[in-house]
Design a protein around this ligand. Structure first.
Ligand SMILES: NC(=O)c1ccc[n+]([C@@H]2O[C@H](COP(=O)([O-])OP(=O)(O)OC[C@H]3O[C@@H](n4cnc5c(N)ncnc54)[C@H](OP(=O)(O)O)[C@@H]3O)[C@@H](O)[C@H]2O)c1
Length: 298
């Protein structure tokens, strides 16, 4: 494979056998938490967020596929090849969050998963715990599941160990008596779609101001449709996924943006590990690209 950086610029020893990410570019002036040295070394620098914020993390194939279709469970892992650096970044982003927000489709498609930092990168668990202590966060981020139907696998370990469920009145009715005791209904609204602004407001009312979303594509569509996403962390995995006539979504489903409502983004940082790219983008505020006369990329 490609050469690795032998030095540890942030001064710590990375957790386990993790090779540090190589920092290729970073915009000046980013907020910084002051990561524990082992995490800063593995990440190739510091990281921070200014709450309230909603940031997404996805892995995509080079040809823009983020899910392989309903017949393939845990397709994010297939796309990432379970690359340790990607799992480390997933863990680190979870460790920074008050809450991890997912749609029911992602829960249903990922049996056995736990949306905790330690689940994806156990070798960094002590360092993630140290980070959360230093940020005054709870031991683990809350898992928040959004479901209109209430059709969720209640035996799923992520629900068994406790989650907040945002649903509809019908969904709450369907879940009545089935939801594990460790779970709480966060909201139950009339109608068939939840306003994500209301879900985020409910979380903020409970002090959950730094929210990581791990999708999936429909949930991202809802968040973008309401202009609620601040940042996107995107891992480009060095693989081609391909498509036939099966459903292999890209990052966003259920929402068309170009050409009438383009969502331009600004690059905050780029990191590399072997042939994997770790990109961090900020959504430009809609008013910054409102008119055709604005200075947009061609
Ligand atoms: N590559 C990656 O990084 C990545 C990340 C995440 C997921 N994935 C993959 O994506 C696939 C799942 O895609 P998906 O788009 O179906 O997942 P999704 O967005 O997690 O789930 C969609 C479901 O979430 C609920 N939902 C989302 N927003 C809602 C809203 N505003 N109001 C009411 N309900 C809402 C609905 O649940 P109900 O149907 O219960 O009503 C909806 O059908 C899986 O294969 C998964 O592995 C990949």
């Amino acid at each position: 494979m490609a050469e690795h950086t032998a030095t540890h610029p942030a001064g710590g020893t990375p957790p386990g056998s993790l090779e540090p990410l190589e920092l290729l570019y970073e915009e000046a002036g980013q907020p910084r938490f002051g990561l524990p040295p082992a995490l800063a070394t593995a990440y190739g620098g510091d990281l921070g967020f200014t709450p309230p914020c909603v940031y997404a993390n996805f892995v995509t194939s080079i040809d823009g596929v983020v899910a392989l279709g309903p017949e393939y469970p845990s397709s994010g892992s297939a796309i990432s090849g379970r690359e340790p650096a990607d799992r480390f970044v997933m863990g680190l982003l979870r460790a920074c969050a008050d809450a991890v927000l997912i749609g029911a489709g992602t829960l249903r498609a990922t049996p056995g998963h736990r949306w905790t930092p330690d689940h994806v990168c156990p070798q960094a668990a002590p360092d993630f715990a140290e980070l959360r202590r230093s940020l005054g966060r709870a031991t683990q981020p809350d898992l928040v599941v959004v479901t209109a139907s209430g059709d969720v696998p209640t035996e799923h370990p992520a629900l068994q160990s406790g989650a907040l469920v945002a649903t509809t009145v019908d969904g709450a009715r369907r879940l009545d008596g089935r939801l594990p005791a460790a779970c709480t209904i966060l909201t139950a609204v009339e109608g068939s779609t939840l306003r994500m602004a209301d879900v985020l407001a409910a979380l903020r009312a409970h002090g959950r101001t730094a929210v990581l979303t791990e999708g999936g594509p429909h949930l991202i569509g809802h968040l973008l449709g309401e202009d609620l996403l601040d940042e996107l962390f995107l891992t480009t995995s060095p693989v081609l996924a391909g498509r036939t006539d099966t459903s292999r979504p890209g990052l966003i489903e259920g929402l068309e943006l170009l050409p009438n409502r383009p969502a331009w983004m600004e690059l905050i940082s780029t990191r590399r590990r072997d042939s994997y790219l770790f990109l961090r983008y900020r959504l430009r505020p809609p008013r910054a690209h409102a008119g055709p006369e604005s200075a947009l990329p061609r």
